[in-house]
Design a protein around this ligand. Structure first.
Ligand code: GLY
Length: 322
């Protein structure tokens, strides 16, 4: 018997959620819906946290991370530190379906994108380039003149108390199709001004993304190192498995992160969908929202996330983009 199709996403997924729900309405799979929902975000030049126009790493290179997971058989694919190609979620699916692997990073990911005929492009737009330069100029860095201590700059540019916290956004899309199958996807340009080659939680299955038809799915945005160290997306699904409701599962996963010693600033956020189609989301920031659309709704609804403080530093910081 058909169940209600539904798509849940981080709020920056608004440009793609309609495409995702149309896939479901047409009888398509949750996996197809996730890709359809994320691709418009990757192509959106106004979103500087995902795909084209993503903010670059410390030395000015845009490096994308993404992953996709199929809740039917726990298949997953991911790419990390992908340069010159926008289609990180589609390429994650290629990894899952065409390779005996789950994660391809760096030059290998770029090679794979070329091999399957994706379009090579300059991901760094003038606006993102300017934002990258301006933050470095505030610390006296001009034309990449960092000197030998690049790791010191990675710490200082991130933690500079005189500057707003660096934006570190991401898109999450989770879908349930009319057959009751779940899929989840994440795509991001990661932590802006990151050390080159840094991978966040987004391409790490279990950290930033997890889907299991038997229990539910979860995905994260925000400071990925928190989700990596607590295996947050998998934790939410495991808490569902052991009988918690969605609100308790989200709250417990957020509270787990209070054990982290983390001097770096950055909020953390989770969206989740259980196998019965209940949705929820949490954030360490006040007033953060997520979006949802089921197959009977003509447009999406924006809802406020549970606010679960994680550290004093992230509490109340709703200005971060993530
Ligand atoms: N959550 C995205 C990142 O940390 O890269």
């Amino acid at each position: 018997m058909a169940v209600k199709g539904i798509v849940v996403a981080s709020t920056n997924g608004a440009v793609g959620i309609q495409a995702a729900i149309e896939v479901i309405r047409a009888g398509g799979s949750a996996l197809d819906a996730v890709v359809a929902g994320i691709e418009p975000v990757e192509a959106n030049p106004d979103d500087n946290s995902v795909g084209l126009a993503g903010l670059p790493n410390l030395v000015g290179d845009v490096e994308l991370d993404a992953s996709i997971m199929d809740g039917r058989g726990l298949r997953a694919g991911a790419v990390g530190a992908l340069r010159h190609y926008r289609d990180a979620i589609a390429l994650s699916r290629v990894v899952m379906e065409d390779l005996p692997h789950s994660l391809i990073a760096g030059a290998g990911a770029e090679r794979l994108a070329r091999e399957v005929g994706m379009t090579e492009m300059n991901l760094l737009t003038p606006a993102s380039d300017d934002q990258w330069r301006q933050r470095l100029l505030r610390r006296g860095i001009r034309d990449g003149a960092f000197g030998p201590d690049l790791r010191g700059w990675a710490r200082r540019v991130t933690r500079d108390p005189e500057l707003p916290p660096p934006p570190h956004g991401t898109v999450n899309v989770i879908a349930r199709d009319r057959d009751g199958n779940l899929a989840s996807g994440v795509s991001t340009s990661g932590w802006a001004w990151k050390y080159p080659g840094r991978l966040g939680d987004s391409p790490i299955i279990g950290a930033g993304n997890y889907a299991d038809n038997r229990w539910g799915a979860a995905a994260c945005t925000g400071r990925g190192e928190k989700a990596m160290r607590c295996c947050t997306a998998h934790s939410v699904v495991t808490f569902l498995r052991f009988g918690m409701g969605l609100t308790e599962a989200l709250t417990t996963a957020m509270e787990d992160m209070r054990a982290l010693d983390d001097p770096y600033r950055g909020q953390i956020n989770i969206v989740a969908l259980d196998r019965d189609g209940h949705h929820g989301a949490a954030s360490s920031a006040v007033g953060k929202t997520y979006i949802v659309q089921d197959d009977e709704m003509s447009s999406h609804e924006e809802l406020v996330r549970l606010h679960i403080p994680v550290t004093a530093e992230t509490d109340g910081r709703s200005a971060d983009k993530a």
